[in-house]
Design a protein around this ligand. Structure first.
Ligand SMILES: *[C@@H]1O[C@H](CO)[C@@H](O)[C@H](O)[C@H]1NC(C)=O
Ligand SMILES: *[C@@H]1O[C@H](CO)[C@@H](O)[C@H](O)[C@H]1NC(C)=O
Ligand SMILES: *[C@@H]1O[C@H](CO)[C@@H](O)[C@H](O)[C@H]1NC(C)=O
Length: 379
């Protein structure tokens, strides 16, 4: 890791001293320095620079402090706004709702399954659909007239993040929405509505996937153009499918500082890298502004074990009782780095400090699995 130390530019304007005066000044400065270092033995990082001897061993093991730097007006303003939003006490309206936000090109193949999931829980949820290609045809009343204004979405492009922000803005309009879940057309619910509602409503964190990947598909995508706002050591990776609480939804909408850096410098082909904005923007943003407020795993399961560009997609023949049982019983979140070490980062899914199953939803399922899922899922 290691922070990118920034050197302060030295004073370029030096008064022209006459030679003897200059020498006397230099000699006294050196004596003063030696006297001082005798009285105060070296213990800081700066002293290490001069006394590059064994005395500094212990010092180099400590993380380097972030370079002291004056924030720009934009950074300062953002910091103040984020802090205020994050410290707003959680209000629990009489009827707290979960906003289910669907990001889809067109029709949703699992509407029938979601219809059964929602049925009987009116007043505790709201549905929003961002259809980026064509107007969906609905089979469930819960999805009728729930489309928001949408725009085209390109895989790995900032337009994906724009669509997420659009969904959040529409869902935030309803003050009863307290949790905001982003889902795709290939996502399915794994548990009953009540289970999901209690899990999300009473969690003390937002579920944003976030990990440090030193490899080419992680920090290899970082661009120095993001400096000084985003340092390489803070760059993170994670799947886009989040579930966040209201204050976190608000900071996402309020952010233009980090958003603009990712819009401009995290894209495919930029700087010879294939940066994918939706895999890095929110993990990095929350890692910087509220690292203790996020779980670091997503409540939406996906199987990356095939190690391809896209995760495993389940066919009808793959969907069995065992598969669903396996997914719903996972209590560990695993991240694998993309460098040659392929290091596995394993973390127990701690929900308010208690170990619980990690997943409420799962992807990616082909439309052909609907029939089997309707039979196997009994909520
Ligand atoms: C998530 O990771 C950050 C470090 O990136 C850590 O500070 C935080 O405690 C983690 N969250 C949980 C719930 O473990
Ligand atoms: C479920 O998990 C068990 C034990 O890890 C494994 O042997 C089995 O192949 C898994 N089944 C499916 C369908 O994924
Ligand atoms: C969530 O609750 C657990 C258990 O009480 C606690 O350890 C953790 O710090 C809490 N996290 C936040 C962000 O409040």
């Amino acid at each position: 890791m290691g922070g990118d130390m920034q050197m302060l530019p030295g004073s370029s304007h030096r008064p022209a001293l006459k030679r003897p005066v200059w020498i006397i000044f230099f000699v006294s400065l050196v004596s003063l320095f030696l006297a001082c270092s005798y009285i105060y033995p070296p213990h800081g990082d700066a002293a290490c620079y001069v006394f590059s001897s064994k005395g500094c061993k212990a010092v180099t093991d400590r993380p380097l402090p972030s370079p002291a730097r004056e924030l720009t007006d934009e950074e300062f303003a953002s910091k103040v706004v984020f802090r205020d939003i994050l410290h707003t006490p959680r209000i629990q309206p009489k009827y707290s709702k979960i906003a289910f936000m669907f990001l889809t090109p067109s029709s949703l193949p699992f509407e029938k399954l979601w219809d059964r999931f929602f049925c009987g829980h009116e007043g505790k949820f709201s549905v929003y659909v961002h259809a980026s290609k064509e107007q969906p045809v609905h089979v469930s009343r819960y999805f009728l007239n729930r489309e928001i204004h949408s725009d085209k979405v390109g895989w790995g492009k900032i337009s994906m993040v724009d669509a997420e922000r659009r969904l959040l803005a529409h869902a935030l309009k309803d003050p009863d929405n307290q949790q905001f879940v982003l889902l795709s057309e290939s996502c399915i619910p794994l548990h009953s509505f009540d289970y999901v509602y209690d899990y999300l409503m009473h969690a003390n964190m937002s579920f944003i996937d976030c990990f440090f990947d030193p490899g080419p598909h992680g920090n290899g995508r970082y661009s120095k153009h993001m400096l000084p706002v985003v340092e390489k050591k803070d760059f993170r990776k994670g799947a886009q499918w989040f579930s966040i609480r209201r204050q976190h939804a608000l900071v996402v909408i309020a952010d233009s500082l980090y958003y603009s850096r990712f819009r401009d410098y995290c894209k495919r082909g930029f700087d010879g890298k294939n940066c994918i904005a939706d895999e890095h923007y929110l993990p990095t943003f929350f890692h910087i502004i509220d690292p203790g407020g996020i779980a670091n795993w997503s409540v939406t399961h996906v199987d990356w074990s095939e190690r391809k560009w896209h995760p495993k997609s389940y066919r009808a023949r793959d969907v069995t009782y065992d598969l669903l049982k396996n997914i719903t019983s996972i209590e560990l979140s695993v991240h694998v780095t993309s460098d040659e070490k392929r290091e596995e980062q394993v973390q127990a899914c701690l929900w308010n400090g208690v170990r619980r199953p990690c997943y409420l939803f799962a992807r990616k399922f082909y439309p052909e699995t609907l029939h089997k899922l309707m039979k196997l899922l009994s909520f």
